[in-house]
Structure formats: C-alpha cells, structure tokens
Design a binder for this molecule. Structure first.
Ligand SMILES: *Cc1c(COP(=O)(O)O)cnc(C)c1O
Length: 423
C-alpha cells in the first residue's frame, strides 16, 4: 500500500504531481508520503492492538527528524543505534522512556548520555558491554535497565549482509551465555536485567524465521521463570520485509495472527522495532536522465542520482522499481534493456542492471521506488556530491524537510594547516 500513483499518465505523491516537485526543488530529490508512512505504523499498531506493544520505529531506516516527529506524534517509540540517533530522537521530541538502544559497539560517552537521559533500556550485545554499563551506572549512582540481545541462531532467508541472527554474525549473545548472565545477575548491582531482545535480520518476507526465533526465546523465558527469574520486556526486533519487486511478504495481520498467541502467553510487555516496514514504501528518489548512451555491447541510462544517494543496489544487489514520471501511452511502446547508472567514478555505481525500460529521453524524470528506508540515511558525499533534498508531501501540501547540501557544506569541517598557507 502506498500513495504513489499515476493520474492521467503522470506520477503523483498523494495530491501532488511529482514532476512539479522535481522542477521546483531540483534532482536528485527524495519525496516522502506522510500518509503512507503513518499508514504503515497504524497498520502494525492495529494488527497487534490486543497486546498494545510499544512500537519503536528503527531510526536508522530513515532518520530525518521530521519523519521521526511524525511517528512519535502517533505514539511511536524509537529504536536507536548510536549517540547521534539519541540526539535525533530527543530533538524529535521522543519521550526517553520510549527509546531502546542496540549496537554491538556503544562507547562510554554514548552509554553515559543515554543513562543521563533515562532511556527505557539498552539492548546488550556482549558481557563486556554489560560490565561497562554496570560500571558507568555505578559512577552515576543509577540503576540501568538492560535487555539481553539473544542471537537465536536462525536462518532468516534474506541477503547475507542483512542477516543478524546467526551465530556467525557479530550480533547478540548465545543462549548458554545469556543463561549464565541471568543466573549471575547479582554480580551487576547497578543493572536491572529486565528483558530479552532478538533482531534476526532485515527484509524478511516469510514468517517462519520469526516464529522459529520467537519460539526459541519464549522457551528460554519460560526456563528462566522456572528458575525464579522474572522478566518485564520481550523485544522482538524488526525485519519485516516489504515489496520491492515480486516479493509477497506476510502482511501485518498475517504476521500478528501467527505470533500473537506466542507473545501473549509470555505475559511480558512486547517491544517491536520495525524500520523498513514503516518507511520503505513511503519514499521515492526522483532523478533526471542526463544522457542515454549506447556502446557496442550495452545501453546505459545515465542519471543524476548515484550510489552516494542510494547505495542499496550497489551494496546488496537490491532491486528498486524504476518508473518514468510520465508514461507515454500514445507512442508505440518500444522497450529496451538498459543499465541505469549514476555519475560516480565506480563501475559499482548502478541503480538497476539490464532493466527493461520504455523509451527514455534525455531530460526525462524517473522515480526510483521504495527508497524511503536505507536510502537517504545511507547516503554519502562520495565524489564530493552534495546530498539530496528531502521533501514531505501531506495531501496537497509540500514541506522541505532537509535542504539540498551546498558545496560549503562539503568543506564545512575541513581546514588547511597554516604551514600550507605559507604562514
Ligand atoms: C536495523 C534494526 C532494526 C530495523 O530493521 P528493519 O529491517 O528495517 O525493520 C530493528 N532492530 C535493530 C536492533 C536493528 O539493528
């Protein structure tokens, strides 16, 4: 479900013609649909209404503070993975008691700041981290809530770069070690070890891996209970897949039907951390065709967006649908296969390979679909390219939510040492 649709052969976002946005704001341009974003959050909330989970949107999927604020206003909490994301979460007005913090590499400074701000809990990924948080909490005279991130060793059947719940991944703690931690709770007097957490990967389109992981962890919770260890929170992470191409991911309803009974039986407060499910189909990347180039072996469409704007195709071989902003229904529809590539000096700089496309002319605009998650948030300045503008569409209203960067922004934090200036 999303609000990007053709009306009279022209692509719209909600009530706004996207070509008008491209002309007004320039390209490359990220365009987000407010109602798609909020719609996905509400869908998940409704599907799980019976247990009222705390839905902590995963900030790293799309970290723009306007996006965060829109979700926080609807009752979302936030899942963060760095001090920078904590700053964004607070800037967006998220109540600290709705923030959960995961990461295998939290620094002392980040931990201290999160404790001072009073977040809901840390998701702990190693014994060393547990000891460090205990030490810092002691120094600050606090007792910190933590959940143990379990690595349940399940195969989520997704790209190996976005698998996080196998024992060969760096994430989480195996069951045996987790058991030892829970039994040794008294060694950590400044911690309240009050939950367990799993997050097994991303873009998972089947429910079987989720169910397998949740079953394992539910059994573990029951085992702890028998030993007299009572928990408060079960954090089931994120990872729900979306449609990029021909995937048929489970819907929120189907997902909930399968796992709700398991979750309810635990009697624990459930936390969820969806990122892509909420933001993925809420955004597109609009780009202009600079050149159409034919070589003896191939045809290329060269666009003004590159891997620095959207790295998913280069990084994961990810598929994004690419649509023209205008469909030319009147001309005979000839199609050809093209590589759709950016301007960056890397052969890995492509947005699509061997993609069948209708006739495209230089100066035409294209929409790279489903770019709302892990799009702008993974963008960079490589090749000294200024990062794109982001706009949010709410029915017929348009708001710039991040200005296009300028060349000044590129060198803002750089300086030439005096000796090079002859001083
Ligand atoms: C990235 C991440 C998520 C969100 O993953 P999605 O696939 O975008 O839903 C949730 N929890 C943790 C701990 C993460 O690292």
């Amino acid at each position: 479900m999303h609000e990007f649709k053709y009306v009279n052969s022209q692509l719209y976002c909600e009530k706004v013609r996207i070509e008008d946005l491209a002309k007004k704001f320039g390209t490359p341009l990220y365009v987000y649909s407010y109602h798609t974003l909020i719609g996905h959050f509400i869908k998940l909330e409704k599907a799980f209404a019976k247990i009222k989970p705390l839905i902590c949107y995963s900030v790293k999927a799309n970290s723009n503070i306007a996006i965060l604020k829109a979700l926080v206003d609807k009752g979302a909490g936030l899942d963060i993975v760095s001090g920078g994301e904590l700053f964004r979460a607070l800037r967006a007005g998220c109540p600290p008691e709705k923030i959960v913090y995961a990461s295998v590499g939290k620094t002392e400074k980040e931990i201290e700041e999160a404790i001072r701000r009073g977040i809901l809990f840390f998701n702990i990924e190693s014994i060393s981290e547990l000891e460090l948080i205990n030490k810092i909490s002691c120094r600050l005279g606090e007792k910190s809530r933590v959940a143990i991130r379990i690595n349940p060793d399940v195969e989520p059947k997704t790209h190996h770069y976005i698998t996080t719940g196998k024992l060969t991944n760096k994430f989480g703690i195996d069951f045996d070690t987790a058991r030892i931690i829970f039994l040794a709770q008294n060694d950590f007097p400044h911690l309240d070890i009050c939950g367990v957490h799993i997050h097994i990967g991303s873009q998972i389109t089947e429910s079987a891996p989720f169910i397998a992981a949740i079953k394992k962890v539910v059994n573990f919770i029951a085992e702890l209970r028998k030993k007299g260890i009572a928990l408060k929170y079960l954090n089931i992470g994120g990872g729900l897949g979306i449609i990029y191409d021909k995937e048929t991911p489970q819907t929120a309803e189907e997902f909930s039907k399968k796992i709700l009974p398991l979750l309810k039986n635990t009697g624990l407060k459930i936390i969820m951390e969806p990122g892509r499910f909420i933001a993925g189909n809420s955004g597109i990347l609009v780009t202009k065709v600079l050149f159409v180039k034919k070589t003896p072996l191939k045809r290329f469409i060269i666009i003004d967006a590159g891997m620095n704007d959207l790295i998913r195709p280069s990084l994961y071989g990810a598929y994004h649908e690419i649509l023209p902003l205008r469909t030319t229904n009147h001309e005979p529809r000839t199609t050809n296969r093209y590589d759709i590539v950016g301007p960056i000096c890397e052969s890995g700089d492509f947005l699509a390979k061997d993609r069948e496309m209708p006739k495209v002319r230089e100066g035409d605009y294209l929409a790279i679909m489903s770019a709302g998650a892990y799009g702008f948030s993974m963008s960079s300045n490589y090749n000294s390219r200024c990062r794109a503008e982001e706009v949010l569409v709410v029915k017929d209203r348009v708001f710039a939510i991040r200005k296009r960067e300028s060349c000044r922004d590129l060198v803002r934090n750089e300086s030439i040492p005096p000796f090079l200036l002859g001083l």
